[in-house]
Design a protein around this ligand. Structure first.
Ligand code: B1M
Length: 222
């Protein structure tokens, strides 16, 4: 792989956002994912090449390390921020349709639930996995999910819940979506959610962590 793509991947894995960011201390004053992605485009690398060869593999490594508990939430957040720093330069190409994404993922935290840290991590990792992400935020009702799905009928839906009380609302949202659009795929997660619960409410897939979500989505389009 080219040197600059390697450097971008390294910055994402290390969480080096841009030149002025102090983290990680051993990369102080070096270019970060932000500057390097801009330079790669100037050198003629295609946006999808930067995404496929640098950002996606780097974020997959980060996700797998997090699943294996070799890194923790703060490191993963720094990596996701570094990825976003690079994505700023790539997004205009994806938004114009010049470069294609793998699909659309609509995510939200279910009705009554305001927890968004885990949901945001999943959203960032999925974006790093090459998907367009529509983040509906927190306290999202069936109606909001269905409206977003109406605009993107092929999208995969992701539901996050952190409270045992709001898990009931997750069940309602799955039922509402499936009754209107039986073929839509629904992925569920969040601390109290389990594989058993996923099966019970008729969702399609449960993942305990962001990388599992990315792997499931990849498998849907492979
Ligand atoms: Co709340 N809270 N909280 N809270 N809070 C918990 C969840 C709780 C376990 C704390 C406790 O009592 N020990 C408890 C729930 C108990 C229960 O239901 N059994 C609780 C409670 C009770 C409450 C309130 C009711 C407190 C009150 O007001 N009396 C209240 C509810 C508000 C509401 O939602 N309506 C409340 C409020 C809050 C804050 C606003 C203060 C804040 C949220 C800030 C925010 O999110 N912006 C907060 C926080 C921070 C927590 C704890 C401390 C941390 C949650 C977190 O962010 N974890 C939490 C206790 C704990 O977990 N130690 C707690 C880190 C995050 C990375 O993990 O979200 O699990 P997590 O996401 C993981 C996975 O679950 C997975 O990937 C992530 C990375 O691995 N994942 C998915 C998540 N979503 C996924 C979706 C997927 C796939 C994977 O596919 C779609």
């Amino acid at each position: 792989m080219s040197d600059i793509l390697n450097q971008i991947a390294l910055c994402v894995e290390a969480g080096k956002i841009n030149k002025s960011s102090p983290y990680p201390p051993n990369m102080k004053d070096q270019d970060g994912a932000d500057e390097l992605a801009r330079k790669a485009l100037e050198q003629g690398f295609k946006p999808d090449e930067i995404l496929e060869k640098a950002l996606i593999p780097a974020m997959a490594n980060v996700g797998n390390k997090f699943s294996r508990k070799e890194i923790y939430v703060p490191q993963m957040l720094m990596s996701a921020k570094a990825m976003s720093g690079a994505m700023i330069h790539l997004k205009p190409f994806f938004q114009s349709g010049e470069t294609k994404r793998k699909g659309t993922f609509i995510i939200g935290t279910v009705t009554g639930d305001l927890h968004d840290i885990g949901k945001n991590l999943v959203a960032m990792m999925v974006e790093g996995g090459g998907w367009e992400v529509i983040d509906l935020g927190v306290d999202v009702s069936s109606e909001k999910f269905l409206k977003a799905l109406g605009e993107k009928p092929d999208a995969v839906i992701g539901l996050s819940a952190l409270l045992t009380t709001t898990m009931e609302n997750m069940k309602k949202i799955v039922t509402d979506i499936k009754s209107r659009s039986a073929s839509s795929k629904i992925l569920v997660g969040g601390a109290p959610v389990t594989q058993d619960y996923c099966n019970k409410i008729g969702a399609d897939f449960y993942s305990p962590d962001p990388q599992g979500a990315v792997n499931y989505l990849s498998q849907l389009v492979s």
